[in-house]
Design a protein around this ligand. Structure first.
Ligand SMILES: Cc1cc2nc3c(=O)[nH]c(=O)nc-3n(C[C@H](O)[C@H](O)[C@H](O)COP(=O)(O)OP(=O)(O)OC[C@H]3O[C@@H](n4cnc5c(N)ncnc54)[C@H](O)[C@@H]3O)c2cc1C
Length: 329
């Protein structure tokens, strides 16, 4: 006789691409999922900064698709109008010289913004925004959740999934399960300083985006070169090592250093309207990917890019595959 208890009610913590993929797959199998998200909208690090005058993707810049299931998923996003291919004129800066990029990768972006696929996936899901889960408790084989904004969540759950970067998962797992906690603690994520610069005048720059090597900046991209965008706003990412080593700089100091580097690369930043964002947990993860983690005995799952090689595709597959495993219970 199968002694496994049926899973009827799942709490998903995090509405990034991993949590959304997992929740959708579970819901399609008739499992009820409540999602709790600390920010105001879905998509997590697939995100767009908006001001009155301009907008720019300030997290993930584009994504690739290699796994057949993710290729199929991206095709469905394209059909829904929430993603498109992006064919930038790409350059590489290395050893103080510029060259054309020979990369043959097919690149996709969300349309009209990078958070559009997340919004699309969030349709018909039960999501509570502005809910930061601060504590998990387990009693009589049920999970109880506490959040910063509303104290105890009234519903109890059979299964909890943490779909968030590893340091945030670690904080919740500390007193919950030592196995999951050890895995989360063994992963390392790096920060990313992001600068968004809106230029009032056209620049004399002959590329849409560039990989920058051996400098404090690692990526420059004209947001308006992506489909369904316009304007002259550039997103500039600090390199993972420089960003991590300087994560505690003030925004002003980080900006000064990045502007200096950008100026040396040929950008006149004098009239630019600049905004900074500090991503504390941008990239990285487990040294050896495990895809996702499912601890059936305690009703706990972990998914996210950090368990599956990083990046948008890794995050989506991590959530999707955790849902497939959960459906087998
Ligand atoms: C600057 C930058 C550039 C990048 N560039 C690329 C790129 O070019 N290509 C690419 O493929 N990938 C890129 N990535 C990585 C990509 O964005 C991620 O791999 C992917 O979006 C991760 O999805 P996720 O669902 O695992 O996590 P996230 O997107 O981080 O989602 C986790 C969610 O959990 C929420 N959350 C966290 N803690 C709690 C809590 N306690 N309670 C409730 N909610 C909580 C967060 O608010 C967030 O919405 C980039 C990332 C950054 C930051």
């Amino acid at each position: 006789m199968n002694s496994t208890k049926a899973i009827n009610k799942v709490a998903m913590i995090g509405a990034g691409i991993a949590g959304l993929a997992c929740a959708r797959e579970l819901q399609s199998h008739g499992i009820s999922v409540d999602i709790f998200e600390k920010s105001r909208g879905p998509g997590g690090r697939m995100s767009t900064r908006r001001t009155q005058d301009w907008s720019a993707d300030h997290g993930a810049q584009y994504f690739t698709a290699r796994d057949p299931r993710f290729i199929q998923e991206v095709q469905s996003w394209i059909q829904a109008g929430t993603a498109a291919t992006w064919k930038p004129k790409l350059k590489v800066y290395e050893g103080k010289t510029w060259r054309e990029s020979h990369s043959q990768d097919i690149r996709y972006v969300g349309t009209p913004h990078m958070n559009s696929p997340g919004k699309h996936l969030a349709e018909n899901l039960s999501i509570q925004y502005d809910r930061t889960i601060s504590k998990l408790g387990r009693k009589d084989e049920k999970w109880y959740l506490q959040c910063n904004e509303a104290n105890e969540i009234a519903t109890q759950y059979d299964f909890v999934v943490l779909a968030m970067p590893t340091p945030q998962a670690s904080a919740l797992l500390r007193s919950v399960d030592v196995r999951a906690s050890d895995i989360a603690n063994s992963a390392q994520m790096k920060a990313c300083w992001t600068m968004m610069a809106n230029f009032p005048n056209q620049l004399n720059i002959d590329f849409d985006a560039a990989f920058i090597n051996q400098e404090i900046i690692s990526w420059i991209c004209q947001n308006g070169s992506k489909p369904m965008r316009k304007g002259n706003t550039w997103t500039i990412h600090g390199s993972p090592n420089w960003s991590q080593n300087n994560v505690e700089l003030s925004k002003e100091d980080a900006q000064d250093q990045m502007v200096q580097c950008l100026t040396a690369l040929g950008f006149n930043c004098e009239d630019a309207d600049i905004s900074m964002h500090r991503w504390r947990y941008a990239s990285g993860g487990l040294e050896n990917s495990i895809g996702f983690l499912m601890l059936q005995d305690v009703g706990l799952g972990l998914c996210g890019d950090w368990l599956n090689g990083g990046r948008v595709e890794g995050a989506w597959l991590s959530g999707f595959n955790l849902a497939l495993a959960l459906k087998q219970i």
